[in-house]
Design a protein around this ligand. Structure first.
Ligand SMILES: NC(=O)c1ccc[n+]([C@@H]2O[C@H](COP(=O)([O-])OP(=O)(O)OC[C@H]3O[C@@H](n4cnc5c(N)ncnc54)[C@H](O)[C@@H]3O)[C@@H](O)[C@H]2O)c1
Length: 385
């Protein structure tokens, strides 16, 4: 029975603790393992707090809270894991840390135990090899916070048994999550396609076309995004956002479309990480300036330029088979709350309008960053029946 499977979650940080809570709430016995007893204590009290809050809100009964707490176990040694049928690792995003851990797990876990990684940017195939059980290994990319975010990207490696991927799909259904299937490519779906939201906004800022608040207003007011790019980078943390851009850029062999920004690097170097340090693109010690944006034409130009770059990225990902049409749109609406799926948006915007817009950008800048995706002709024929 799937809901009786025992889970091991290795890494009790932001993601591991959330995934552990989710698994326990879904009826699994869960062992949370971390090297740091402080991390284990923090995870245990955070989960207790979350469960109490759900009880206060009437979303869980006291009996359900007690049962969930009873299913959670915490350990500072991997010796607690051998009884598990599934292990999800959520330790630091570093190859050496994950590789060493996966190698050790392979010796401890039963031969039929399935192992998943919550990596956001490392190669699932590389980690699958380190796991010593590539057929029983896949990427399960949860979003933060795992409890609230409805999407999980599933990333099978080249050697993953399709039956294991199917089991992961069923498991996520049981946990109330929606899944999309992604190729093992840098950034998978969401972190790849969303790159221009940040990098193009930074480019517009660096060119002196507009300031942060104008660019943010363009995206929220014209296209209905929940947060503008600069407010969002400050919220995510410029260190985290910069690291993801770097990793996608490096992983794609220095593809100019993903090139990181020196402006953001400088903020990171100066410890202006955003909300968490009180200052990033905005200064959070002061009230946010309420600006009036009277230049509607400028807002429209900025908003359409960023949207075009996002659509170009989505068409490219579809063309190169990173995910299906429906999964690309599902991933961007559920993973990063975009107001519409980008592929669907290209139809409303007009595909020929997208191609012309990209050609104009390329004509002006003559940079590879602005090349139109080779996927557009196929995208036109796909939508012309
Ligand atoms: N934070 C996010 O927004 C987010 C979103 C999606 C995916 N991820 C991915 O999830 C993973 C974890 O991220 P996080 O933000 O939870 O990190 P975190 O720093 O909050 O937690 C990592 C935990 O792993 C523990 N750890 C490190 N090495 C260990 C080992 N060998 N054995 C046991 N425990 C060990 C640390 O003590 C720490 O408690 C990373 O791969 C990250 O890329 C993070």
């Amino acid at each position: 029975m799937m809901d009786r499977e025992r889970f091991g979650i290795v890494g009790a940080g932001a993601m591991g603790s959330g995934i552990a809570q989710l698994a326990a709430m879904s009826g699994h016995d869960v062992v949370v393992v971390d090297l740091s007893s402080a991390a284990l204590d923090a995870a245990a009290s955070k989960i207790r707090e979350n469960l109490n809050l759900l009880e206060t809100k009437g979303k869980l009964t006291p009996i359900e809270v007690a049962a969930t707490n009873g299913r959670l176990h915490f350990a500072d040694t991997m010796e607690a894991l051998p009884g598990c049928q599934w292990v999800i690792e959520a330790v630091a995003e570093k190859y050496d840390v994950k590789n060493e851990l996966l190698g050790k797990l392979n010796h401890i876990l039963p031969a039929d135990c399935l192992v998943a990684t919550n990596t956001s940017s490392l190669s699932v195939n590389a980690l699958a090899t380190s796991s010593g059980r590539p057929k029983q290994f896949l990427g399960m990319h949860f979003f933060n916070p795992p409890l609230r975010m409805p999407l999980v990207e599933l990333i099978p490696g080249l050697n993953t048994d399709p039956a294991v991927t199917n089991r992961a799909v069923q498991l996520m259904e049981l946990w109330g999550k929606q899944t999309v299937l992604a190729q093992d490519t840098p950034g998978f779906i969401v972190n790849r396609i969303a790159r221009p939201y940040y990098t193009e906004a930074l480019r517009i800022l660096e060119e002196g076309i507009a300031d942060c608040s104008t660019i943010d207003a363009a995206m929220t007011e014209i296209h209905g995004f929940k947060m503008g790019p600069f407010a969002l980078m400050d919220f995510i943390g410029n260190d985290v956002n910069y690291a993801v851009t770097n990793s996608v850029w490096e992983g794609c062999y220095c593809e100019p479309r993903y090139r990181p920004s020196v402006t953001q690097r400088n903020l990171v170097m100066a410890n202006r990480l955003g909300k968490k340090t009180g200052i990033g693109f905005y200064d959070y010690s002061k009230p946010m300036p309420k600006q009036k944006h009277s230049d509607e034409l400028l807002l429209l130009k900025i908003a359409n330029r960023i949207l075009l770059m996002l659509i170009n990225e989505a068409v490219d990902a579809w063309y190169f088979g990173i995910a299906s049409r429906s999964d690309i749109d599902k991933a961007m609406t559920l993973g990063v709350s975009y107001p519409k799926g980008l592929l669907e948006w290209s139809l409303g915007f007009g595909i020929s309008h997208c191609i012309e817009g990209m050609a104009d950008l390329y004509d002006f800048y003559r940079e590879e960053r602005y090349r139109t995706s080779p996927g557009f002709p196929k995208w036109i024929s796909e939508n012309s029946q």
